[in-house]
Design a protein around this ligand. Sequence first.
Ligand SMILES: O=P(O)(O)OC[C@H]1O[C@](O)(CO)[C@@H](O)[C@@H]1O
Length: 540
Amino acid sequence: MSLPNINPTTTKSWKSLEEHFKTFKDVHMKDLFAKDSNRANKFTIKWEDFYVDFSKNRITEETFKYLLQLADEVKLKEAIKSQFSGEIINKTEGRAVLHAALRAPEDASFKVDGINVIPEVFKVKQKIESFTNEVVNGYRKGFTGQAFTDIVNIGIGGSDLGPAMVVDSLKYYKNRLTTHFVSNVDGDHVNGIIKNLNPETTLFVIVSKTFTTQETLSNANTIKEWFLKSAEEKDIAKHFVAVSTNISKVKAFGVDENNVFPMWDWVGGRFSLWSAVGLSISLAIGYKNFDALLKGANKMDEHFKSEDFSSNIPAVLALISIWYNNFFKAESEAVIPYSQYLNQFATYLQQGIMESNGKSIDRNGNTIDYQTGTIIWGEPGTNSQHAFFQLIHQGTKLIPADFIGFTTSLYGNEDHQDKLISNFLAQTEALLNGKTKEEVIAEGTDEKIIPFKVFEGNKPTNTIFINKLTPESLGKLIAMYEHKIFVQGIIWNIFSYDQFGVELGKQLATKILQEFKNNSNNEHDSSTVNLLNYYKKAAE
Ligand SMILES: O=P(O)(O)OC[C@H]1O[C@](O)(CO)[C@@H](O)[C@@H]1O
């Protein structure tokens, strides 16, 4: 079996969608709801503690039928099998894509080169568990014999965004440890964090799949220097642990062999929070909660693998997004969680979605002539209502949005929760229905400003209503988006698991840094030359 390789625009369903779209442009969702009292039920998926209502979309049963046909025609079922069977679907890097193995039960089997990786995964999980327990319970101590109070995760991209987002999202479940994240090579980031830390009670977790990333190594070295001002070289072993595939480089840095948490090249950086990359998560909320996060993701994996596409949450969300991206030519999508704790969720998704599917070459190596990768952005409601919602409601751009909410609040404040959820529901209702000129007039509006107060409505949203923000439900939610990414990559016929697009900038930065060091000048365009000279002068 090998990954399907089908140009989606050549399929019958794509042509049907194109024709269908022509008849669809002027359809208002409001009329679709008026015509069919059962519409909401038809386009809702209830699964475990998830209630996913996708009825407020510019789709009909006919649209849905063609989208499902598209999934069949691009052989999505076969592609899912290829991924889960450990096939080398990341062909450009020659790797399998098995983040699902990291959250599978112990009796599962995920084979890479014919060898089941699950025993190895569980060995590392046990190491995470015992390490976490030792640190949280204060048995593992720093160089002056004190228990650790602070954890600093040093990493960037997938080695930062996932753990940082999860730790922040699940802070309700946090233990006595305080977790910090250093990522940017901007010295103000690392210095701003270490200035308030006590080296005697701080544990540093260096996370880098490659252990060659400039930002991470610079920050790790700066921290090591700062640490050695109060400690000795031998104390590094007590305070620095590392997560990486590059064990020799980790050891060369000075990390004790026993404090290295391995990961594998079949885990992509942006899908790695389920591996030892999630060590900071485990430390921050305890291993049990970390494991619950994994279990949630595994439940979503099972749902994705086995559920018919018509009621398969990630598949449905992916297909609807294709409809807007490729037919309505929507330029971006918003993700609006109605939970302040999911503040970092959209930022996290940006890497997952845009690093994966921001590609313009198909699986044959040819330039693509259709739109791929969606641009993703968002902020929690209700704050975002007072920021960018004006544009979603009355701007010229079509911005499909996922609204994510929780029926139960963590602290049980019903007054706030009712207010939050009334906003959550009101916004998607307003985006659906809008407000007509007649309605504006009926409100007694001054004639001169009537047009400005009209809302066209017809703005699509998905409502993802979940019982409660728990480690398990967050695991499900993250995995849901991971699978959506996969489905879209399959439909667009691109390779979702490489990221060569980030390399050029890194190469040029290395060259420019060298020029600063040697005080030399390579060939650059005139703009870059001016900017280099401007900086050199300012830095004198
Ligand atoms: O974990 P590493 O190897 O330090 O890489 C960090 C990040 O850099 C990238 O390779 C590119 O920015 C990401 O994909 C990755 O998550």
